[in-house]
Design a protein around this ligand. Structure first.
Ligand code: 8ID
Ligand code: ZN
Length: 349
């Protein structure tokens, strides 16, 4: 490692589910031959971090540092790494590494690999100043980008974009973004617009309504005010949404989306309320040819596309920048559904 890298760094330490999150001085991670060391400048705070903290993924979780939307600068390169140089801009995303051998890895569907390792879930993530990550899965970021803005693209952005692609919705069709005021939703609105779709955003409260409109939603439904959300969607879209992108954390909202998807349309499941289930009536699902699909983050290629769309100026992340020590406060706001857009940690603060 070059001598400019300090020996220790500040990190938000997560010791126990639902326990204290404390700012501590810890050693800089050592990199393996296949890894790069990224000086994280900014990291988005995703609802999945909060769910990890709340023990949503149980025994999968084995980390002391949460976070998986890191944007920073490469400061060291492992001995087996090609394609990365010190000074490059790099993105650290949820998927740290995959086996490269299984059928899914061979098909470039590496997100389905059973040997996935995950930053901020079973490896130390991005709520720290320096993060070691697998070079092959780290995202190359263009040099001109604003690192605070691009952090959220590495999970929220790519997940929203991939969900839209998964839906198969075509230009000029209606897409319902359920959870439109949150982190994934704010970006889903804009990726949908960049794909030529018409957007009806659904979320609750004035702040989320004005944010969704500002980001390009053609219509907005406030679920806290509108009694029959399904009827409202069907009226606005003239028969139902061609695609429903579920990025809320509400089981009820996800269940509801099945009732306002258009015939031949697709309900995409992305949001992960813990232990949630939906039920469907088989007869109308068959007769109306409704598809229900899960969508998990995005492949390396989906990530490259999402970054490219961002770098061409088509996506504006509505971010609020906070310091490393503010993570507990942000988690509290998130628990209360008070987050509009994305909160991003500046690791120098
Ligand atoms: O790969 C994946 N599938 C993936 C990737 C990243 C994140 C899944 N996620 C999951 C997260 O774990 C979380 O469950 O997506 C969900 C959304 O993440 P987020 O955007 O980071 O969360 P947020 O910023 O808290 O936004 C959630 C929004 O849902 C709204 C809230 O008001 C908030 O704005 N919402 C709720 I709660 N109830 C609603 C309702 N009935 C609703 N919106 C519409 N209708
Ligand atoms: Zn995430």
């Amino acid at each position: 490692m070059p001598s400019t890298i300090p020996k220790t760094q500040r990190a938000v330490i997560f010791e126990d589910f639902n326990g204290p999150l404390t700012l501590q001085e810890i050693p800089i991670p050592e990199i393996q031959p296949n890894e790069i060391l990224v000086n994280i400048k900014y990291s988005g705070i995703c609802h999945s971090d909060l769910s990890t903290y709340h023990e949503a993924w149980g025994s999968l979780t084995n980390t002391k540092v949460l976070g998986h939307e890191g944007a920073g600068i490469v400061v060291a390169v492992g001995s087996n790494v090609t394609g990365w140089s010190i000074g490059d801009y790099a993105g650290v995303k949820l998927i740290n590494s995959t086996c490269s051998q299984c059928e899914y890895c061979q098909q470039a569907q590496e997100i389905l690999c059973s040997k996935l390792t995950l930053n901020g879930i079973n490896r130390d993530g991005t709520f720290q100043e320096y993060c070691a990550t697998d070079a092959l899965n780290a995202a190359h970021l263009p040099k001109h980008v604003d690192l605070s803005q691009i952090g959220p693209i590495l999970c929220a952005g790519v997940t929203a974009y991939k969900g839209l692609k998964t839906s198969g919705a075509r230009p000029n069709e209606w897409v319902a973004i359920v959870g439109a005021g949150g982190g994934l939703g704010s970006l889903a609105i804009q990726y949908a617009k960049s794909m030529g779709l018409k957007v009806v955003g659904i979320d609750g409260g004035e702040d989320k309504a004005s944010s969704a409109k500002k980001l390009g939603a053609d219509e907005f439904i406030d679920f806290t005010k509108v009694k029959d959300v399904a009827k409202e969607v069907i009226d606005i879209t003239g028969g139902g949404a061609h695609a429903c992108i579920n990025v809320s954390t509400s089981e009820k909202a996800i269940q509801q989306s099945v009732s306002y998807v258009r015939s031949n349309g697709t309900v995409v499941l992305i949001g992960l309320p813990p232990n949630a289930k939906i039920s469907i009536d088989i007869l109308p699902t068959v007769l109306r040819q409704v598809t229900i699909k899960g969508s998990y983050v995005g492949t390396r290629w989906d990530t490259s596309e999402a970054i490219d769309i961002f770098a061409r100026g088509l996506i504006n992340c509505p971010i609020t920048v906070v310091g490393l020590g503010d993570v507990p406060k942000v988690f509290k706001l998130m628990e209360e559904n008070k987050i509009v857009g994305r909160y991003v940690v500046d690791t120098s603060k």
